[in-house]
Design a protein around this ligand. Structure first.
Ligand code: CIR
Length: 259
């Protein structure tokens, strides 16, 4: 995989007041708080703007309580905008109203049987990994691989069957080139011995979803081991508290599309 140009933009969608009606693997112990979620959301936007990105925030859409997790609706790579169709029926049409914001890119529609959530797609080192579990099927993987290879014919795109977390990136992301950070809850049917692997303690598993933005690495707040690993590998680290989104199984990367 060739080096991507720096990110200059981010697309986001404001959380709707009914965001607590979104999907969860298990009901949160405390109900998510909308006012606090919005404060956390504003801090996230400001942090991306501090990195020099032009951030566009689409209006909330109450039809989709998970609609602010925009990363699941598209995979962006260079001029490609691959429109994902979630394995969760309730989320399958979330991307429709985002297309207008991505009209300058080449939007690719998958075939009807393809299921995919962008949260299952990890670009790292020399390859793209596509998690196969609840939300993404092999038809989705094949469609995305074809689309990515239409941009970069020699790109390595591998399927990764996994369990233990919602999305592949909930449990595995790239902290620095060739360095992966992992939630011990993730079980993946894929060799990771080509990378340096940092496995977090179980209580910090949520912090396995780190977000590199040019020269800055975003990590979840209140996770000391993850912060230590981040600062060891990256000169500029921003820790963000996303407690209210975590209650809805959402991590750092899923709140924005960076490109
Ligand atoms: C869902 O279950 O789909 C949402 N409540 C959370 C989605 C988070 N997305 C992500 O990690 N990529």
């Amino acid at each position: 995989m060739h080096t991507l140009p720096p990110f200059t933009r981010a697309l986001m969608r404001s959380p709707a007041p009914n965001f607590a009606e979104g999907l969860t693997l298990s009901a949160p112990a405390d109900a998510p708080d909308y006012a606090l979620a919005m404060q956390q959301y504003e801090a996230y936007i400001e942090a991306l703007r501090d990195c020099g990105l032009a951030v566009t925030v689409a209006p909330a859409d109450e039809r989709y309580p998970d609609g602010h997790f925009v990363e699941d609706a598209f995979v962006l790579y260079r001029e490609l905008a691959f429109h994902c169709r979630s394995g969760a029926a309730a989320r399958r049409d979330e991307g429709e109203s985002l297309k207008a914001y991505l009209a300058h890119l080449r939007i690719v529609e998958p075939p009807p049987e393809a299921r995919i959530d962008g949260g299952d797609v990890l670009f790292c080192a020399d390859r793209a990994l596509v998690g196969i579990a609840r939300r993404t099927n092999f038809a989705g993987f094949h469609a995305l691989r074809t689309a990515l290879q239409s941009v970069e014919p020699d790109m390595r795109v591998d399927p990764v069957r996994f369990s233990g977390v919602l999305h592949l990136k909930s449990g595995l992301t790239e902290l620095a080139p060739g360095v992966l950070i992992k939630d011990p809850a993730l079980r993946a049917d894929y060799k990771l011995d080509w990378a340096e692997l940092i496995t977090l303690p179980p209580e910090e598993g949520y912090a396995a979803d780190v977000m590199p933005v040019n020269d800055t690495l975003f990590v979840a707040a209140n996770c000391p081991q993850a912060l230590k690993a981040a600062t060891a590998h990256c000169a500029r680290v921003i820790a963000l508290d996303l407690s209210e989104f975590m209650k809805m199984d959402g991590g750092l990367t899923c709140l924005s599309l960076r490109y």
